[in-house]
Design a protein around this ligand. Structure first.
Ligand code: FES
Length: 240
């Protein structure tokens, strides 16, 4: 062992027919990413602890008749993974259909349109509607503060906001409430943001994959992708 050099055990596996290597202890999703293979995900964020909540990242593993969630399943030597097999695609379509069964389909005017992961994946897998008919939420929109608009009708319970609040800021303002259909990711005491301990750092908004949490300053000013900033140099003054 060389002095001062950390040795990492590597595991060899096959993803989509391609032999890849990943550090032992990696998840399938991380190993795929290292190999340039993108696995769809809604609740996974590289800066947050994995939760395995949305199941969109399911993959097929040879010898396993279940489809494990790749963001929480570690790799092992000789593992054979398929990330877009017919069974995986079918499962992802059903997951998306279940998610949008109780999701407002107002993408035409949604502030997150164009930057919404749920919309992106529905587009990718050709999901135009849901065959599942059931109850729909009718939560009031929390527009109580100058910074964040919260529309819990668009929340998919990925828990990214809860984890970001705790893990990135050390605060404890967001958590889960109730169970089943009534489950909510919300402020302590389920109050409006303005009445909570929120300091409006924006971490929860930054990680939200849908239009459940959006920046108020952007409402009506153009959607995120319309006004994305780019680094450029003015051809006249040459400074920026
Ligand atoms: Fe893996 Fe959500 S990204 S379960």
């Amino acid at each position: 062992k060389m002095e001062g050099v950390m040795m990492v055990d590597l595991v060899k596996l096959i993803i989509n027919g391609k032999e890849v290597e990943a550090p032992a202890g990696s998840t399938i999703l991380q190993a795929a990413e290292l190999a340039g293979i993108e696995i769809p995900r809604l609740c996974y964020d590289k800066d947050l602890s994995p939760l395995g909540a949305c199941r969109l990242c399911v993959v097929e593993v040879k010898g396993n008749r279940l489809l494990p969630a790749s963001c929480v399943t570690p790799v092992f030597q000789g593992m054979e993974v398929e990330t877009e097999s017919p069974a995986v695609v079918e499962a992802r379509k059903t997951i998306l259909e279940l998610l949008i069964a109780n999701h407002p389909l107002d993408c035409l005017t949604c502030e997150k349109a164009g930057a919404c992961k749920l919309q992106d994946y529905c587009y990718r897998y050709g999901i135009k509607g849901s065959p599942f008919v059931g109850q729909k939420h009718a939560y009031a929109i929390d527009d109580s503060n100058p910074f964040i608009v919260r529309d819990l009708n668009k929340c998919i319970l990925c828990g990214a906001c809860v984890r970001a609040c705790e893990e990135l800021t050390g605060a404890d303002n967001l958590s889960y409430l109730k169970r089943g259909f009534h489950r909510k990711a919300t402020t302590a005491g389920d109050v409006d943001y303005i009445d909570s301990d929120c300091v409006f750092c924006g971490q929860c908004v930054a990680v939200c994959p849908t239009g459940a949490l959006t920046e108020k300053t952007m409402v009506g000013q153009g959607r995120r992708w319309d006004i994305e900033r780019v680094r450029t140099t003015c051809p006249f003054c040459g400074t920026g």
